[in-house]
Write a protein that binds this ligand. Structure first.
Ligand code: 2P0
Length: 348
């Protein structure tokens, strides 16, 4: 009798506070610098993925994202499928009685509950969920470190979505990438009052993809080499300590400075890459006003490869920060015609 084997899982979005930008090996997705992120609550931002396989499926793997059929022939998706099938083959070799799932076509169905490719790290949650769903389907050991090495090959930032809480991605020095994987700096329970407010300024697909953009930056920016050499190694230590000490002011300052440094490198790229727009810059100003009024840093902005702002703050300042941004977003004149939505999320 032919059966369909199926497994469903979810993976969360992560938002970097120390940015990944640049590859030392584009094929293996090995970064030029380490990075660090906060994993957000799945209730708010996540990818839900079902992986299935069956001897009755027509030949060829398939992938559906938000109802749209995707090309699976790309090197990244293939690298993930291949790595997972190899691990399954080891099990099938060891235990001849188990079904030969590695030989069956894979059908992957994936849905995001947030706009795809709007600089909201959809590829991170997407590849993390894809890798975990297939690993579960194949009954592989689900050590997140091992899975992070595989997910990294799908999309660099995906490796960080295999862990909750505060998560680092080690650059590594090996050519084969075995030491370039994610690790947990601290669980969410260590600093549970961390909050993120995502201002969806634009849900449109970004103009320059991260993959293309970062390689152009590496090739042309004269500012960029300082990041892997000096800036990021120092900030990785400062950030890890700020998280360990629950020192929000340092966490926030380093977060904002690293976002600025990343976007300065983008502007210094030739031709230049503009991810921020006028609404993004208005959000930066709003954070500066909030912090000036508080007399200390109570809010931090950060931006990825798109105009959407993510504002980090602590629960005790909820009213001041989320209240202000929601009021601004609700005010059509204040945001002209580019009014977006606010999504609130906890660290998780
Ligand atoms: C990050 N970003 O650390 C940085 C900050 C964007 C800006 O990771 O080529 O989609 O798939 O490895 O992971 C976006 O890059 O790039 C990203 P690929 P990815 O979150």
């Amino acid at each position: 009798m032919s059966e369909i084997y199926r497994s469903t899982t979810t993976a969360p979005v992560n938002i970097a506070v120390i940015k990944y930008w640049g590859k030392r090996d584009p094929k293996l997705n090995l970064p030029t610098n380490s990075s660090l992120s906060v994993t957000l609550s799945q209730a708010d931002l996540r990818t839900l993925t079902t992986a299935s396989c069956s001897p009755t499926y027509p030949t060829g793997d398939t992938l559906l994202i938000n109802g749209q059929s995707q090309d699976v022939s790309g090197a990244r998706t293939q690298a993930c499928f291949h790595a997972l099938r190899e691990l399954r083959k080891d099990i099938e070799y060891e235990k001849p009685e188990v079904p030969r799932l590695s030989h069956f076509p894979l059908h992957i169905v994936s849905e995001n509950n947030f706009p795809t490719a709007a600089g909201l790290a959809s590829s991170a949650a997407g590849f993390a969920a894809l890798v975990r769903a297939i690993a579960d389907l194949y009954e592989l050991p689900t050590d997140p470190t091992e899975l992070s090495r595989i997910a990294r090959q799908g999309s660099g930032s995906a490796c960080r979505s295999l862990f909750g809480g505060y998560v680092g991605w080690e650059r590594g020095t090996r050519m084969d990438g075995k030491d370039s994987m994610a690790f947990q700096v601290a669980p969410a329970s260590h600093w549970p009052d961390m909050r993120a407010l995502i201002l969806v300024v634009s849900a449109a697909k970004k103009g320059v993809s991260s993959t293309t953009g970062m390689q152009t930056t590496v090739a042309t920016s004269t500012l960029f080499p300082m990041r892997p050499k000096e800036v990021v190694p120092r900030r990785m230590k400062e950030m890890a300590k700020a998280i360990t000490d629950k020192d929000f002011e340092t966490f926030a300052k380093v977060t904002m400075m690293d976002s600025n440094s990343f976007h300065a490198s983008c502007l210094d790229t030739y031709p230049p890459i503009f991810y921020l727009n006028d609404v993004s810059r208005a959000a930066i100003k709003a954070v500066e006003v909030i912090n000036a009024a508080a007399g200390k840093i109570i809010a931090a902005y950060t931006f990825d490869a798109g105009p959407n702002a993510v504002i980090y703050y602590l629960a005790e300042h909820e009213a001041a920060i989320a209240g202000l941004f929601k009021a601004i977003l609700g005010d059509k004149d204040g945001w002209e015609n580019e009014r977006g939505a606010a999504i609130q999320a906890n660290a998780a």
